[in-house]
Design a protein around this ligand. Structure first.
Ligand SMILES: *Cc1c(COP(=O)(O)O)cnc(C)c1O
Length: 424
């Protein structure tokens, strides 16, 4: 099946007389006929549902669909994108371990990795996403266990050279984990470029309607944990499961099974089945929406580029954007609907512009059907001084504009009238 078909058909196939649409199994638990049957489930000797924290048929169907869209072998839904990012690392790193991460990642991820995980004894080195192989290599240590980056960084809009990062990660015997939130599997499938694990904040385009916070982790099944020799948690017996060795018993599904059996069992960041159902509705129309998000964003970026009241525009779909060549390689059908730009006149003009928009709404969200806008200097980064903002790559005039799927002429008209207000 091609990807548009998978978005509709994958994950749930009703049998004769069953519900046509994926049912919501809003149940915490399942009933069994004997003590022994239930015992086997607890020992991972038989597969079956018994408690929603560990598995739920609605959640599983949606995870299987996303795994199929990414071209992976298994997936697991989490209650947020933050949880997905944390689980992807924590499944293979423990106190005393280290990992490498692109310096251009989502602010929440940057803090999770740099501050919170440090408190757990897991250290990270952030590396410039544009670094050459030599610089990237120099960040590795004896105890490095993973490499992490974003296909299109939020909000910096940097496109990662996935193939290069995968090559370096593999040379050190560790997997490359890619956060593919902004591109979605419609526009980029990181496994095709050598990535081993993919994570998403499904809160963004996948859900697409700003209804449900969620995340997912998908395994390509391609990383050879045994050959690497750096992951005893996967390749030696787990005493909390009667001595099961994940790679031996579950083969290509080892990483996701370990995540379910240990990390999800103990930390419990599961989505509600109802949220998984809403996510599934979003996935069904994802290819149509991404196409429109991208064509609208391209038109808005081209409009902004020509308007002399705009000081700069960042969008990898623009021919003279720094990341246009990488976008042509990794995102040939389009990137995403998020653009950043500066209004001439600095912070004051940016605020006036924002407050003059009528259709574009000021919200702490990106990547849904409605056009939305955020001024990081006044919102997400408001604690920082102008100097600190510059260092973080967030100039005081930066506006993050998430282009929705409305008629693009209405979006452009709104920007035009807001710019008139700034200058009027
Ligand atoms: C939003 C976002 C996250 C965090 O996801 P939540 O669903 O908000 O927890 C992680 N990575 C990227 C790229 C994001 O845009």
């Amino acid at each position: 099946m091609r990807i548009e078909t998978k978005c509709i058909q994958s994950g749930y196939t009703p049998e004769n007389g069953e519900a046509r649409v994926l049912p919501i199994y809003q149940s915490t638990t399942w009933k069994y006929g004997s003590t022994e049957q239930m015992g086997k489930l607890f020992d991972l000797e038989e597969s079956g549902y018994f408690y929603t924290r560990l598995a739920n048929p609605t959640n599983d169907a949606v995870a299987a669909k996303i795994a199929d869209l990414e071209g992976g072998v298994a997936g697991i839904l989490t209650s947020s994108g933050q949880a997905a990012c944390f689980y992807s690392i924590f499944n293979i790193c423990q106190a005393g371990d280290h990992f490498v991460c692109s310096a251009s990642v989502y602010g929440g991820t940057f803090n999770l990795f740099g501050v919170t995980m440090k408190k757990l004894g897991i250290e990270v080195t952030f590396v410039d996403p544009d670094a050459d192989e030599e610089t990237l290599n120099a960040a590795f240590r004896e105890n490095t266990k993973a490499v992490f980056g974003e296909t299109i960084a939020n909000p910096a809009l940097v496109v990662l050279d996935i193939e290069k990062w995968a090559k370096v990660a593999h040379a050190h015997g560790v997997p490359l984990i890619i956060d593919n939130t902004f591109a979605t599997p419609i526009n980029c499938r990181p496994f095709e470029w050598g990535a081993d694990i993919v994570v998403h904040s499904t809160t963004k385009y996948m859900d697409g309607h700003a209804t449900s916070v969620g995340g997912v982790v998908v395994d390509s099944g391609k990383f050879d944990w045994e050959k690497s020799g750096k992951f005893p948690g996967l390749t030696t017996p787990d005493e909390s499961y009667h001595g099961i060795t994940y790679t031996e018993k579950f083969g290509k599904a080892a990483y996701i099974t370990k995540m379910t059996a240990q990390v999800m069992r103990d930390l419990g960041s599961i989505p509600s089945p109802h949220n998984a159902f809403l996510l599934n509705l979003g996935l069904e129309t994802l290819p149509l929406r991404m196409e429109r998000h991208c064509s609208n964003a391209q038109a808005v970026a081209e409009f902004l580029e020509k308007d002399e009241r705009i000081s700069w525009v960042k969008y990898c779909g623009l021919e003279n954007d720094k990341y246009n060549a990488l976008a042509k390689k990794y995102l040939p059908n389009g990137s995403c609907g998020v653009i950043s730009f500066g209004v001439k006149g600095g912070r004051e003009a940016a605020v006036k512009f924002m407050d003059s928009l009528k259709l574009a709404a000021i919200v702490t969200h990106v990547a849904d059907a409605r056009t939305s806008v955020l001024h990081p200097a006044s919102h997400t980064h408001r604690q920082l001084s102008d100097a600190e903002l510059e260092a973080a790559g967030v100039t005081p005039d930066l506006i993050r504009f998430s282009v929705g799927i409305e008629n693009v002429e209405d979006i452009i008209d709104d920007i035009r009238q807001a710019l008139d207000q700034v200058n009027g």
